[in-house]
Design a protein around this ligand. Structure first.
Ligand code: SF4
Ligand code: SF4
Length: 64
């Protein structure tokens, strides 16, 4: 699964960019976005984000 970024929580700190091997994350206007074309679904960014703005949503887990 490609992680989802909650732009409400994202502070634009860019920590996630530094841990993303394929450089799939960009920060614009202090909000991070993942380019699904480049994401390798490694999950490193999820572990890195200190405000927990990045999460992997599994289809079988919590639904809104
Ligand atoms: S899951 Fe891995 S490849 Fe995808 S955006 Fe996060 S760090 Fe980058
Ligand atoms: S690590 Fe989290 S808060 Fe920082 S830019 Fe990435 S998504 Fe936003």
């Amino acid at each position: 699964m490609i992680p989802k970024i909650d732009t409400e929580l994202c502070t634009g700190c860019k920590s996630c960019i530094e841990v993303c091997p394929p450089l799939a994350i960009v920060v614009e206007n202090e909000k991070a976005f993942i380019d699904p074309e480049f994401c390798e679904e490694c999950g490193f960014c999820v572990a890195e984000c200190i405000v927990n703005a990045i999460a992997i949503e599994f289809p079988s887990s919590t639904k809104k």
